[in-house]
Design a protein around this ligand. Structure first.
Ligand code: PMP
Length: 406
């Protein structure tokens, strides 16, 4: 049974007033709130266990190691990876992509091609541009149509032996559009030996990820958007490729032997986890995966899709409101502007005065904003604890903003 009040009770932060009004938190695509199970896992680590992991002979160190490795196995199950050592703990999506862009330097040479899409977050653009600068490779960008839908015939037309890498997001953070990554992967497998990276930052909080079924080479996401602490995340990679890739950071934990003549690297996953990890955060990330699974992906998805549909329908009743990506399959996000009101942040400020938290601006996706010839949008984004009443409050707030600003 899906019991929204039971879920909300697990998020004490939601029970507060902002500017004298009950908080309506609709900025979940930027970061979600954390349930008690996650906060407790984090606190338990720091109050009962805190010790550095691996190489520890003493009890607390062994406990910390066991708990963190248990969490790795929870994430393995969460994304259906074949092996637990294919799950690398990172600080988040940005670090995962930068790790890959650095470690894949030798995979590319001058005039090779990397395909990304128009819908990418800056963190799935800039690291690849930096890789292109280092190697002389070129970026190619899958275009979108006026609904923000990827034109994937571009992939078919542009795949060649030069295509060495494809990196696209599973769900767009600016628009919420769910991209046809299965089709892109199938095309790529048929026509190239390109490596495939999926940025799942906005997918992991919303639906079941199955990396084996997807058949991607890499999958990255952040913990903090899926109810886990900030500074956590994972990079999944297929064993064979991870074994061949050189490490990203050098330091402690990532070596097998170290001498001044020659250093050899540790086995997976530690080769990619230099330095002291975020042990408490990584343990709490496992608790976040448990939390999502305790609700059930299907329940969570049904609720969030119903919220999105309701929000879209109610918002479109307002004159002159445009939703970007309106006709695309979307999850978790409604991104809009009001006709004649050029500055999205003006709307955001009025909403904040009545307790509603939304994000306004370019959402780290300036190319999408340039495509639509706008400076930014107002983005309301949903999590499992949001309610239909909150959508009504949002719509009333937007109506008020429209009255005040026009
Ligand atoms: N990709 C997407 C699609 C995102 O939504 C975000 C965060 N907004 C990122 C990458 C970067 O994530 P982080 O800042 O947690 O590293």
């Amino acid at each position: 049974m899906f019991d929204i009040q039971h879920i909300r009770n697990q998020f004490p932060i939601l029970d507060q007033s902002v500017n004298g009004k009950p908080l309506v938190y609709l900025d979940n695509a930027a970061t979600s709130q954390k349930p008690l199970a996650v906060l407790n896992a984090w606190q338990k680590y720091y109050t009962e266990i805190n010790a550095n992991v691996h190489r520890g002979i003493h009890t607390l160190s062994q406990l910390a190691t066991e708990e963190m490795e248990l969490s790795r196995r929870k994430i393995q199950k969460f994304i259906n990876a074949e092996h637990d050592f294919e799950v690398i703990f990172t600080r988040g999506t940005t670090e995962g992509i930068n790790l890959l862009a650095y470690s894949l330097t030798a995979w590319l040479k001058k005039d090779d091609e990397i395909i990304i899409s128009y819908l990418e977050h800056h963190s799935n653009i800039v690291p690849w541009q930096m890789l292109c600068e280092r190697t002389g490779a070129k970026l190619k960008v899958i275009p979108i149509d006026s609904d923000g839908i990827l034109q994937i015939d571009f992939v078919e037309k542009n795949l060649s032996e030069k295509t060495r890498l494809i990196s696209v997001n599973h769900v767009s953070n600016a628009l919420g559009v769910v991209n046809p990554v299965e089709e892109i992967i199938a095309l790529a497998r048929k026509n190239s030996d390109a490596l495939i990276v999926i940025d799942g930052a906005q997918a992991a909080p919303h639906f079941k990820i199955d990396v084996q079924q997807l058949d991607c080479d890499f999958y990255v996401f952040s913990g903090h958007k899926m109810y886990a602490p900030m500074g956590t995340g994972i990079l999944y990679g297929k064993e064979k490729i991870l074994r061949e890739l050189p490490p990203f950071h050098g330091g402690g934990e990532m070596i097998a032997t170290c001498s001044f003549d020659k250093t050899t690297y540790a086995d997976l996953p530690f080769k990619f986890e230099a330095g002291t990890p975020n042990v408490g955060g990584n343990i709490a990330l496992g608790a976040a995966a448990d939390f999502i699974e305790s609700i059930g992906h299907q329940h969570l998805q049904n609720h969030e899709n119903a919220l999105l549909e309701y929000a879209q329908q109610k918002l479109l009743e307002l004159d002159g409101l445009r939703i970007y990506g309106e006709k695309a399959t979307r999850t978790g996000v409604v991104s809009f502007n009001l006709e004649g009101i050029g500055i999205a942040s003006d709307v955001g400020m009025i909403l904040n005065k009545i307790g509603i938290a939304v994000r306004t601006g370019h959402h780290c996706t300036q190319p999408i904003m340039a495509f639509f010839e706008i400076a930014g949008t107002v983005r309301a984004s949903f999590a499992v604890y949001n309610t239909f009443e909150e959508i009504d409050i949002l719509v009333e707030g937007v109506r008020k903003a429209q009255r005040m600003l026009s």
